[in-house]
Write a protein that binds this ligand. Structure first.
Ligand SMILES: Nc1ncnc2c1ncn2[C@@H]1O[C@H](COP(=O)(O)OP(=O)(O)OP(=O)(O)O)[C@@H](O)[C@H]1O
Ligand SMILES: *[C@@H]1O[C@H](CO)[C@@H](O)[C@H](O)[C@H]1NC(C)=O
Ligand SMILES: *[C@@H]1O[C@H](CO)[C@@H](O)[C@H](O)[C@H]1NC(C)=O
Ligand SMILES: *[C@@H]1O[C@H](CO)[C@@H](O)[C@H](O)[C@H]1NC(C)=O
Ligand SMILES: *[C@@H]1O[C@H](CO)[C@@H](O)[C@H](O)[C@H]1NC(C)=O
Ligand SMILES: *[C@@H]1O[C@H](CO)[C@@H](O)[C@H](O)[C@H]1NC(C)=O
Ligand SMILES: *[C@@H]1O[C@H](CO)[C@@H](O)[C@H](O)[C@H]1NC(C)=O
Ligand SMILES: [Mg+2]
Length: 672
């Protein structure tokens, strides 16, 4: 089976070879690279195998010939008629700023065109022998100039020329559509490949000329059909070729492929294997210039514009304020970009709360996935910033299980960011007072409350005595006590703390803190000592035990101050009645009594009467018996009562008018 197939194949190949051997009657050029073709004048074969008939700036002729003559008739006497033949070729004309002259295919008696003229004569004819039957030239012209002297019909026509530059028959270049029958004009100088067929029928002496865009099947209706007995024109042996002339216009006349068949159709030209037309040339260039280039330019400009815009916006969005002195604090500085991403651009849904200085946002650091709370503080003055940042960084070194860790900071124009550990259970004030009556409020049981009091006491003791420097918190209050995941109390907001070295007399110029927690001596002396923290801590204890704010908002109350109410009950011996009713009596009476007593002791108006935090710790641990707040200091309280009778209420007077509204002065503005 396969042997048979091989045999058949072999026979076909042999037959083909035979046909080719017989083949002076037939040829096909698919491109002209290394082909047996002759060129003269300005004509060349390009590197990729195109015949270019018209290279050059001068008005010179150029020809391409099939190098050997073909036998068109059998008898030497010229009596026998010319055989049927068929020619096909693919060409393209690139015009420049002036239209090219065009080109011609010819069958001629010789290759000698020395007397032929260039330009409109295509390098084939001349004025001296015009129309002379001894010329023996049959030509098909592709004329792109409307030359009235030569009886041209237009500047884009195909013509049959017999011994003459004047066409025997011509037609505007185009083809008849096989389906619709409509005529479609083709632009000879459109720079696109076109295919042309010439078919001569011996019996009818009919010449058919057909043109179509390259790649299209040959239209069945020819463009020109002329009856002319070529036996009087074509010699026995004749040469085939193309002629053109270079104008000053630098136009191009390319031939891509060519085939010929004697007594049969010209072999098909494999369009896919034809050499590529050059990319330059007016048509493709105009396409590039008019459509692609402006589009590309616009796209480029747009891209550059958008990139610059994005870069500028990005730069502005993440711009930071950074100064030389900050270098040493580098490790504690957060890039603004990280904070921006962590808080999703400081979105309101991440807002944890609003305090006296600014807003606090929850965030998750992009790289470490660490949960943080970012406090955004607006500040304008640069004064004291260096000292403040130095404080922040040294505060960052404080580490205690009852303190909220300060992780670092960041600065922008007009803004300062303090980054803290995130406390998932929020601030204590939310647990102590009912804010929204519709929502069930989480309540704290007695054990939790007592643990919180002890925790904060331990934290304050660490600040006052256990670190290398004395740190005074200055803003101890329920909203600055935060609860971590295990409900441990952690003292927060060290941005307000004031640092000074051991032994150095503390000096302070202005009051920082919150109304209701300010020790009375602050109003008189402005002197900040650890005992002012103890005062605030005393108020804080009462707050936790009684579940009430230090100052009642309701002004009709006889005693707006919580401490006054507790003191009154203390005098009446009913102090245990002040314990938060939300506990429903479920508490340790001894512990509650101790806590209330300590609260009063710590918030004593005279600072000398207050215990230190170390003593407070000891009282809470039961290592020491707690002094009675009244008995040893009766005289003091009598004095106090006397002062109150004269209209001086140390609790009410305990803050300066400048901080009368909520929101104490910020420490940054120190050094007035
Ligand atoms: N580290 C943190 N983790 C979780 N929530 C926090 C954290 N820090 C602050 N918050 C929340 O943000 C709220 C606002 O805090 P902020 O410190 O700004 O105000 P404040 O404590 O009420 O007043 P002040 O400005 O006097 O400190 C707090 O009430 C608390 O609910
Ligand atoms: C052709 O002409 C030659 C003489 O030139 C003559 O001998 C010959 O017979 C002629 N042949 C035909 C077919 O006419
Ligand atoms: C064409 O011309 C030749 C010689 O002139 C003649 O022999 C032939 O018969 C002609 N053909 C037709 C179809 O008239
Ligand atoms: C045609 O050309 C031939 C040879 O070139 C010449 O002898 C003859 O006179 C020319 N005929 C005419 C009419 O010009
Ligand atoms: C074309 O050739 C034919 C036959 O010789 C002739 O009758 C006719 O006039 C020619 N037409 C032109 C336009 O030259
Ligand atoms: C043919 O195409 C060329 C180049 O695009 C153009 O300059 C010329 O005007 C066109 N000619 C016709 C007849 O459309
Ligand atoms: C020439 O054209 C006619 C129609 O005008 C057509 O009938 C004929 O088949 C064509 N001849 C060839 C060889 O294509
Ligand atoms: Mg706070």
């Amino acid at each position: 089976m396969s042997v048979l197939l091989l045999n058949l194949l072999f026979v076909t190949i042999v037959l083909n070879l035979a046909a080719m051997a017989a083949g002076e009657d037939e040829f096909v050029f698919t491109g002209f690279k290394g082909a047996n073709i002759m060129v003269d004048g300005v004509a060349t074969v390009t590197g990729n195998g195109l015949v270019d008939l018209s290279v050059g700036q001068e008005t010179l002729k150029g020809h391409a010939f099939y190098p050997s003559p073909l036998r068109f008739r059998e008898s030497p006497n010229g009596t026998a008629s010319v055989k049927s033949f068929s020619v096909s070729f693919v060409f393209a004309i690139y015009p420049n700023y002036r239209p090219s002259q065009g080109m011609a295919f010819f069958i001629a008696k010789s290759m000698d065109f020395s007397s032929a003229l260039p330009t409109q004569w295509f390098g084939v004819f001349n004025s001296a022998n015009e129309g002379n039957s001894s010329n023996h030239i049959f030509a098909v012209e592709l004329d792109t100039v409307n030359n009235r002297d030569l009886k041209d019909i237009d500047a884009n026509h195909v013509g049959i020329n017999i011994n003459s530059i004047v066409s025997n028959k011509s037609n505007t270049a185009g083809f008849y559509d096989d389906k619709t029958g409509f005529f479609n004009t083709l632009n000879l100088t459109g720079g696109e490949g076109l295919q042309l067929w010439i078919d001569y029928e011996r019996e009818l002496t009919r010449i058919n000329v057909t043109v179509s865009p390259v790649g299209m099947t040959k239209p069945s209706r020819p463009l020109i059909s002329d009856i002319y007995n070529l036996s009087t024109v074509i010699t026995e042996d004749a040469y085939l070729g193309f002629g053109s002339s270079a104008g000053r216009d630098d136009s191009r006349h390319y031939i891509l492929g060519w085939s010929f068949g004697m007594n049969g159709p010209a072999p098909a030209i494999d369009i896919r294997k034809l050499p590529r037309l050059p990319r330059f040339g007016p048509k493709p260039r105009s396409k590039v210039l008019e459509i692609v280039l402006p589009l590309a330019t616009a796209a480029f400009v747009l891209t550059v514009g958008i990139t610059i815009f994005l870069l500028v916006r990005r730069h502005q969005r993440y711009a930071e304020l950074r100064e030389d002195w900050e270098v040493e604090f580098g490790p504690h500085r957060f890039p603004y970009k990280d904070l921006y991403y962590a808080t999703q651009g400081f979105k309101n849904k991440n807002l944890l709360g609003v305090g006296g200085f600014g807003r606090v946002y929850k965030g998750v650091l992009p790289k470490s996935k660490l949960e943080i709370a970012v406090k955004r503080v607006s500040h304008e003055s640069k004064q004291g910033m260096k000292e403040f940042i130095a404080e922040v960084v040294s505060i960052g070194r404080l580490q205690h299980r009852n303190l909220v860790q300060l992780l670092g900071y960041c600065r922008r124009r007009g803004q300062l960011f303090l980054v803290y550990e995130y406390m998932p259970n929020g601030s204590l004030d939310k647990y102590l007072y009912h804010q929204d009556h519709n929502k069930p409020q989480p309540n704290l049981n007695w054990a939790q409350r007592f643990k919180i009091i002890r925790g904060i006491a331990a934290g304050l003791l660490y600040l006052h005595e256990e670190w290398e420097k004395i740190v005074i918190h200055r803003d101890v209050k329920a909203s600055n006590v935060l609860l971590d995941a295990e409900m441990n109390a952690r003292l927060g907001d060290f941005g307000l703390a004031r640092l000074y070295d051991h032994g150095v007399d503390p000096q302070s110029t202005h009051v920082v803190g919150t109304i209701g927690y300010l020790a009375p001596e602050l109003a008189c002396t402005g002197k900040v000592t650890p005992l002012t923290d103890v005062f605030a801590f005393g108020i804080f204890i009462l707050e936790v035990v009684c579940g009430q704010r230090p100052i009642k908002q309701d002004t009709r109350e006889e005693h707006p101050m919580l401490v006054d109410r507790v003191l009154e009950h203390w005098h009446n011996g009913s102090v245990i009645d002040t314990v938060d009713t939300k506990l429903h009596g479920d508490y340790d009476v001894n512990e509650a009594y101790l806590a209330l007593k300590l609260g009063l002791l710590c918030s004593h108006p005279f600072m000398d009467a207050r215990p230190t935090m170390r003593q407070v710790m000891q009282y809470l641990d039961g290592d020491r018996t707690t002094p009675e707040p009244l008995s040893p200091m009766d005289t003091n309280f009598e004095m106090l009562a006397a002062m109150q009778n004269e209209g001086f209420d140390p609790y009410i007077m305990s803050y300066p008018s400048s901080t009368a509204s909520h929101g104490p002065a910020f420490i940054v503005s120190s050094g007035r």
